[in-house]
Design a protein around this ligand. Structure first.
Ligand SMILES: [Fe+2]
Ligand SMILES: [Fe+2]
Length: 274
């Protein structure tokens, strides 16, 4: 695990950065999540780090890298999202404000245990993201702007790389040898994060696409709805079985199979701007 500082430039990115706009707008909706969740994750992990015994040196080091990686992800997504935010989707800001308010409330009113379980749930979704962006989405990436593809593949590859960290710190502080906390409460945090964040992604994606469809003819709109349906079917087929694995008491993110090409992909970012 290491921190990488890719030199990315989104100045030329268009909101429709690939021809399959139904895929693109779902990805754009998802891109606004790290802008809010990853700064929240950093705060949660700093609190957790303060609770962790100093003798846990390896986990302390992993947490330090994790925090720096998430800070870079958020920074790059923010730069990318700026292009979307200035491209004619006026309600987007309100969706984002509500997400930010939810996360602030979790930090303020809920326990560190809850916030860590939620964070671990988010991380489980991130590791799934690597599978999607390296294995499943190839057909939707034909003709895509490379900068957008690079942003997502770099981010998701690092999510795969640090997939165990949130799980380990949760288990260390709250879950070891305890079926209720180690499994059931972890699953509760995961399901909470899935409903909260997938719900957000779905609502924002719908808003972005509905805005686009206002400019479409009836025929174009029907074709767009059909493409959206096909995309949902393709992704659900792969994502649902992967998400179900997280529910198992034997789930261990360390054992998640690496998506094709995920390791070599990151090496290209290891000398840039460090
Ligand atoms: Fe991230
Ligand atoms: Fe992460």
């Amino acid at each position: 695990m290491k921190v990488r500082y890719p030199a990315m430039d989104f100045a030329r990115i268009r909101p429709h950065w690939a021809p399959h706009i139904e895929f693109v707008q779902r990805a754009n909706a998802s891109s606004t999540i790290p802008s809010h969740v990853e700064p929240y994750l950093v705060k949660v992990m700093l609190k957790a780090k303060a609770e962790l015994d100093p003798s846990e040196t390896a986990l302390h080091e992993d947490l330090a890298v994790f925090i720096k990686q998430e800070a870079q992800h958020c920074k790059q997504h923010n730069a990318f999202n700026e292009r979307l935010r200035v491209s004619g989707y006026p309600e987007l800001a309100r969706y984002e404000e509500r997400l930010a308010a939810d996360l602030a409330r979790f930090l303020e009113t809920k326990s560190l245990k809850f916030n860590l379980a939620y964070s671990d749930g988010f991380e489980a979704m991130g590791a799934l993201g690597a599978t999607m962006w390296f294995d499943v989405y190839n057909k939707y990436l034909e003709g895509a702007d490379q900068e957008a593809v690079d942003l997502w593949r770099w981010h998701m590859a690092e999510e795969y790389e640090h997939r165990e960290v949130a799980f380990k710190i949760y288990q260390k502080l709250y879950g070891k040898n305890d079926l209720f906390n180690g499994w059931l409460y972890r699953v509760y945090g995961f399901l909470f994060a899935v409903v909260h964040l997938m719900g957000y992604g779905k609502r924002v994606g719908k808003y972005l696409l509905e805005t686009d469809r206002e400019r479409m003819t009836q025929q174009e709109r029907a074709a767009s709805l059909a493409r959206e349906k096909e995309f949902a079917k393709t992704t659900g087929k792969r994502a649902i079985p992967e998400l179900l694995k997280v529910l198992s008491p034997f789930y261990n993110p360390a054992k998640t199979k690496a998506p094709e090409g995920v390791g070599p992909y990151l090496t290209q970012y290891e000398t840039e701007g460090a």
